[in-house]
Design a protein around this ligand. Structure first.
Ligand code: NA7
Length: 313
């Protein structure tokens, strides 16, 4: 593991940033604020405004990102990553005459097969591909506490590590292929089943007449308390769910992990149950516009129980 150095080694590198959703914006903001030379592109151009206000340059088209030394992409899912290397409209389109990009780093949470498709397309164009998925929500990123797992083409790992350390606090180098994508899916699977368990016990305690604030306060002070249970305590107690990660996004990651599990004949009964719970949250409407911690509302509905907002203790 490498932790954040004191000096940024990115002085001579031009970076093209692709994807300015919730995570991409938080990450690109950190990178610009570190002093790096960053130009940005997003499919919906208006979302680039906060970055332009910080001094980043706007790239009119996706292909313009390939005119930078390094591209860092942060998009939604497998289909979005595939679109980035579409032979006609993608980053690698054309004969490469004006291409400067030698390294393409992708931080999206995608399947290892989608990452491998991007890596193969990049390799065919002489570009080194690195998977660099991130652990942390936009608030964690803004506080400088996000961590990365990186894997891929050895020629790109050094600059990927430098960029990740300008954004977050630590980088774990985990292999020479798409190992980082597998690690990210496993981590998010653990996050999802933990949320399911927290939701279940919060509803149980509430039904037993116990304050959720008292329950979470005790758990957070015990051996099973974790940074994650502490992050989600405010949601579970106050029933306010400003989205850090949507139920749809969490379900997407669960499904990616389950696809891998099917492929590798690995039964995951707890994760399967959690997928059903998130599907109910999405299809039943309770997750609409809310953080995935709104799972507690779905679990309460299953229990025929109504939760009331409480104050944090
Ligand atoms: P968001 O906030 O939903 O943002 C998704 C981003 O992906 C956003 O910039 C989208 O552009 C972009 N996107 C989606 N589809 C495409 C296609 N087809 N082509 C190009 N760009 C696309 O997600 P987060 O920022 O929270 O999460 C990003 C990743 O990190 C994701 O894998 C999470 O699981 C973890 P738009 O603004 O819609 O035009």
């Amino acid at each position: 593991m490498t932790e954040q150095p004191t000096a940024a080694p990115l002085a001579d590198v031009t970076i093209g940033w692709v994807g300015l959703g919730r995570m991409g914006t938080a990450m690109a903001t950190r990178l610009v604020e570190s002093g790096a030379d960053v130009a940005v592109w997003n499919r919906t151009a208006a979302k680039a405004d906060p970055l332009l206000d910080l001094g980043a340059e706007l790239l009119p088209d996706l292909i313009d990102a390939a005119g930078r030394d390094v591209v860092f992409s942060m998009v939604l899912d497998d289909a979005a990553l595939d679109a980035l290397h579409d032979p006609e409209h993608g980053l690698l389109a054309g004969d490469g005459a004006s291409r400067r990009m030698s390294v393409w780093i992708d931080g999206s949470t995608v399947s290892s097969t989608a990452a491998q498709r991007a890596a193969d397309a990049a390799a065919a164009a002489g570009v080194a591909f690195v998977s660099a998925p991130i652990s942390g929500n936009p608030g964690v990123v803004a506080a400088g506490n996000a961590i990365f797992a990186i894997s891929g083409d050895e020629r790109g790992l050094g600059v990927a590590e430098a960029i990740c350390l300008a954004i977050g606090r630590a980088v774990h180098r985990v292999g020479g292929s798409t190992e980082a994508n597998v690690i990210k899916l496993c981590t998010n699977a653990l996050l999802a089943v933990t949320m399911q368990s927290v939701a279940e016990i919060a509803v149980l305690a509430d039904k037993a007449g116990v304050s959720r604030a008292a329950l979470m306060s005790f758990i957070n002070d015990s051996a099973v308390g974790s940074p994650f249970t502490r992050y989600k305590t405010a949601n579970v107690v106050t029933l306010d769910f400003p989205p850090t990660f949507t139920p749809e996004g969490q379900r997407k990651d669960i499904r990616l992990a389950l696809e891998l599990a099917h492929e590798l004949e690995t039964p995951m009964p707890v994760l399967n149950t959690t997928e059903v719970a998130f599907s109910r949250l999405v299809s039943g409407g309770l997750g609409e516009g809310r953080d995935f911690a709104a799972l507690v509302l779905e679990v309460a509905r299953d229990a025929g129980h109504t939760l009331e907002p409480e104050e944090l203790s």
